[in-house]
Design a protein around this ligand. Structure first.
Ligand code: PGA
Length: 252
């Protein structure tokens, strides 16, 4: 049985006041028991304060990226041990915006994944194809390449403490969601790829869907057998919308 995870990726949004309002809206209206585990990933500068606001709540804290190095002269970077120190449980690695806008390649993403795990953070490894790649019929090839880059260096055992997020690039922030069937097809493929190495780990691995998930479409996507929750961008910035998405997650 896989407990779904719904993680809010706030990206570069928020302010101290807005964050406090959002967290208050979440915590005030959080059902006594949620099926899904819930996490929020604010920008680095707000992690500590948001973590304090979440204290003694069931909502977990995550970061949006991490440095591949552990410590030292890396101006502007934030290490995994720092994220751990301020209370993070999760960290997103390999988000398509990082891959595209900041030129993070598969090898760097793999190093970030390792850095996160070295400090007992749970990496949320993002994979996904561009529209061009989908149209060329390369979806599975691209996703396999992104996954294999990490599997090769971290080993399959690392996936016992990791989450994968399938995020088709063409669906991120565009309002275009993959159909539940399109998502399921890729999720099943990812699970099968991991199962080639270890069936038990693959069976327990949570694979989230991300890309224009909102309250109106979450239920049908999350109902697919290999979809174990979501990585939510825009819709995670409104407490009521995000909570509805969390409620839509089912145990598979
Ligand atoms: P979106 O973003 O929900 O705004 O499409 C998802 C993501 O980038 O993680």
């Amino acid at each position: 049985m896989r407990r779904p995870l719904v993680a809010g990726n706030w990206k570069m949004h928020g302010s101290r006041a807005e964050n406090a309002e959002l967290i208050d809206g979440l915590l005030q209206n959080l059902p006594a028991q949620t099926v899904a585990e819930i996490a929020v990933c604010p920008p680095y500068v707000y992690l500590w304060e948001v973590g304090r606001l979440l204290k003694s709540s069931p909502v977990a804290l995550g970061a949006q990226s991490v440095c591949a190095e552990q410590v030292g002269a890396f101006t502007g970077e934030v290490s995994a041990s720092m994220l751990r120190d301020v209370g993070c449980t999760y960290v997103i690695v390999g988000h398509s915006e990082r891959r595209t806008l900041y030129h993070e390649d598969d090898a760097l993403v793999a190093r970030k994944f390792l850095a996160a795990q070295s400090q007992s953070l749970v990496p949320i490894l993002c994979v996904g194809e561009t529209l061009e790649e989908r149209e060329r019929g390369q979806t599975k090839t691209v996703v396999t390449r992104q996954l294999t880059a990490v599997l090769d260096v971290a080993g399959v055992a690392a996936f016992a403490n990791a989450v994968i997020a399938y995020e088709p690039v063409w669906a991120i922030g565009t309002g275009k969601t993959a159909t539940p069937e399109q998502a399921q097809e890729v999720h099943a493929h990812i699970r099968a790829e991991v199962a080639k190495h270890d069936a038990k780990i693959a069976g327990e691995l949570r694979i989230l869907y991300g890309g224009s998930v909102k309250a109106a479409n979450a239920r049908e996507i999350f109902a697919m057998p290999d979809v174990d929750g979501g990585l939510i961008g825009g819709a995670s910035l409104k407490a009521d919308e995000f909570l509805k998405i969390c409620e839509a997650a089912q145990v598979q």
